[in-house]
Write a protein that binds this ligand. Structure first.
Ligand SMILES: Cc1cc2nc3c(=O)[nH]c(=O)nc-3n(C[C@H](O)[C@H](O)[C@H](O)COP(=O)(O)OP(=O)(O)OC[C@H]3O[C@@H](n4cnc5c(N)ncnc54)[C@H](O)[C@@H]3O)c2cc1C
Length: 348
């Protein structure tokens, strides 16, 4: 794969990483952006898409996913390049002061500057915490489905009660000999249509539903042969299964960021409050990932940080150019960058 050369690479497509595209775009700087998740929106989209937010300026109430959709509309004129579903694994400083950044998909960036907008770090699947689980992970216990056909003829336990768990019950029912669905309570957090389809599979004898918690693994040596369950009324039972899929959602973790030579303070990266630059010149940090005296982990703080970081990046990329603050209301140059002339022409 050939190396992508860029002026700016943004790591993290949460609300702040997305707004960073906008602030850079106003200054005529194009960006590439990477995120480990398959979709943009960070915590807003992954953890609370349908919860209303009340402290975004001039939006008395906005659903978290709507905020992300609006940001995507707002940054559209700047045509950033998105590289989703790939974790940034390595970052190293080159001799010429630029940076080489590598992702889990093998994409390599050679970039003049980096904006770390990595929030709380990449989200990892919430793990099953039972004795002996380590030796079966990646084998008979998994947190994602890599190959549906590999479940052919399996007796599978699916743990979870959200959309992922239910979607995979429906998807894998035709492959598996039988599926045991284990959820801690009777109500599911999934789409009602999926719950109804799952109940049809129960009627057909393809799926059995259990309410309680996994309490132990049953195995002989390297072979997982069952799952011990404790029901909500304290009863123990053993499920005859040979595969487990766990869909308990995702949890953030600093992950590879800890190995990039950045200063880290309580899982955050210290920055100055003029440029939001880290101790490594050319690497900026905005949003939940950074820390400074008085830091508040709020979306609106991240938006402010992104604006100042953009000006600092502009100054670094073009040291001989004086950067003028221009209002979006009145600047013809900004209107052109936003494509407003084109829109006005179409309206006429
Ligand atoms: C339930 C809940 C309610 C909240 N309510 C509010 C509220 O009302 N108002 C408010 O202002 N804030 C609220 N917040 C906080 C708000 O969501 C965060 O401040 C905001 O999401 C931070 O945005 P961010 O872009 O900095 O990081 P994030 O949203 O965390 O996004 C970071 C992104 O970086 C990606 N990433 C990290 N490391 C890597 C890597 N190595 N490679 C590739 N990608 C990587 C992650 O996958 C993620 O998508 C709430 C948070 C929660 C959990």
């Amino acid at each position: 794969m050939s190396t992508i050369n860029t002026d700016v690479l943004i790591i993290g497509a949460g609300p702040v990483g997305l707004f960073q595209i906008f602030e850079l775009g106003l200054l005529n700087i194009h960006a590439h952006i990477v995120d480990a998740l398959p979709q943009v929106g960070g915590q807003c989209a992954e953890l609370y898409p349908e919860k209303p937010i009340y402290d975004i300026p001039a939006c008395p109430e906005i659903m978290a996913q709507q905020l992300i959709d609006n940001l995507m509309l707002q940054i559209a004129p700047f045509d950033a390049d998105f590289h989703l579903h790939q974790l940034v694994t390595d970052l190293r400083t080159l001799e010429n002061g630029r940076f080489e950044v590598t992702t889990s998909k093998g994409t390599i960036f050679n970039t003049a500057t980096i904006v770390l907008a990595a929030g709380l770090g990449p989200f990892q699947p919430r793990r099953l915490r039972l004795q002996g689980v380590d030796k079966f992970e990646g084998q008979q216990i998994n947190y994602k489905v890599a190959d549906k056909a590999s479940y052919t003829g399996k007796r599978l336990a699916i743990l979870g009660g959200g959309d992922s768990a239910l979607d995979w019950v429906l998807e894998l029912a035709e492959y598996c000999e039988h599926i045991d669905l284990v959820h801690r309570r009777e109500q599911y957090r999934a789409q009602p249509a999926s719950v109804n389809k799952m109940r049809e599979l129960i009627q057909q004898g393809k799926v059995t539903e259990h309410h309680g918690n996994a309490s132990g693994l049953i195995h002989s040596g390297d072979n997982l042969s069952g799952l011990q369950l404790r029901s909500n009324d304290g009863e123990e039972k053993a499920l005859d299964i040979n595969s487990i899929l766990v869909f308990w959602g995702l949890t953030p973790n600093l992950g590879p960021i800890a190995d990039w030579g950045l200063e880290i303070e309580k899982r955050q990266v210290p920055v100055d409050t003029e440029k939001f630059q880290t101790k490594i010149p050319g690497i900026f940090a905005v949003g939940d990932i950074n820390t400074y005296p008085g830091k508040k982990k709020l979306i609106l703080s991240g938006f402010h940080e992104a604006a100042l970081a953009a000006f600092a990046i502009q100054a670094q990329l073009n040291p001989d150019q004086k950067v003028r603050l221009q209002y979006t209301t009145t600047s013809p140059v900004i209107h052109q960058r936003l494509g407003l002339k084109v829109i006005k022409k179409l309206e006429i």
